[in-house]
Design a protein around this ligand. Structure first.
Ligand SMILES: [Fe+2]
Length: 237
């Protein structure tokens, strides 16, 4: 019995070693053999750069929770599903946006990729206790392009509020000058060769819980109290 038992232990050990080695081999083999879409790492969202209640009361925790946790995550999940197994599966997000811009057969991928990118850019365009005076280096550029910070804010608010239906208002850089533009739905100024500096989301999900139809109140409050001028300066490079 004893011999058998010892023999049994030795066998078990050997068997365990064999299984571990096999598992290692299997893992290596599986990694090399998996289809591209399974092997590729899915795109992920960066966490919000502040707490969900940090922009309250200008943007409530309720709005932010739905906006980030449902809408933004929803675009990302759609995107990961759409690109699985395609030529876009291994691309960084920005490259997917650029590669699918203006391609009628890639509209769904573009929409979800651009919305994923735009929203991350939007979270960073805001900060708790934002607004106020831009840093001196940015202020100088704003004054050169718009005359004053107030004029810049007024133009950005006006163009953003005037976006018909869903879309985005942007402060951008074009040929060394700052300007304001608006885009519809998921569109991004990058498609037109413009460099985004700041954005404001005017899809209704961005403000309807807090402001209902008062889009202008949302945009003006955001510019006065949340806009992140430091982020714009960083993007200016
Ligand atoms: Fe949004």
């Amino acid at each position: 019995m004893r011999t058998e038992h010892m023999h049994g232990e030795a066998t078990s050990l050997k068997r365990r070693e064999f299984l571990m080695a096999s598992a290692g081999l299997a893992a290596t083999f599986a990694l090399g053999g998996l289809p591209r879409n399974v092997e590729a790492a899915s795109l992920t969202l960066p966490p919000l750069p502040y707490a969900e209640n940090a922009l309250d009361p200008v943007i409530s925790a309720n709005t932010l929770g739905f906006h980030y946790g449902k809408h933004h995550v929803g675009y990302l999940n759609n995107l990961n599903t759409l690109v699985a197994g395609t030529e876009f599966a291994d691309m960084p997000l920005e490259s997917i946006v650029v590669a699918t811009t203006g391609k009628p057969d890639k509209v769904a991928i573009f929409n979800n990729a651009a919305q994923t990118w735009n929203h991350t850019f939007y979270w960073n365009s805001l900060k708790p206790k934002g607004g106020g005076e831009p840093p001196a280096a940015l202020k100088q550029r704003i004054e050169a392009s718009f005359g004053s910070v107030e004029a810049c804010k007024k133009e950005l608010a006006a163009i953003t509020v005037s976006q018909f239906a869903s879309g985005w208002g942007w402060l951008v850089l074009e040929g060394g000058r700052l300007k304001v533009v608006k885009t519809g739905n998921a569109d991004t100024p990058m498609s037109a060769g413009l460099k985004p500096l700041l954005t404001i989301d005017v899809w209704e999900h961005a403000y309807y819980l807090d402001y209902q139809n008062r889009r202008a109140d949302y945009v003006n409050a955001l510019l006065d109290k949340l806009i992140n001028w430091e982020f714009a300066l960083k993007n200016l490079g």
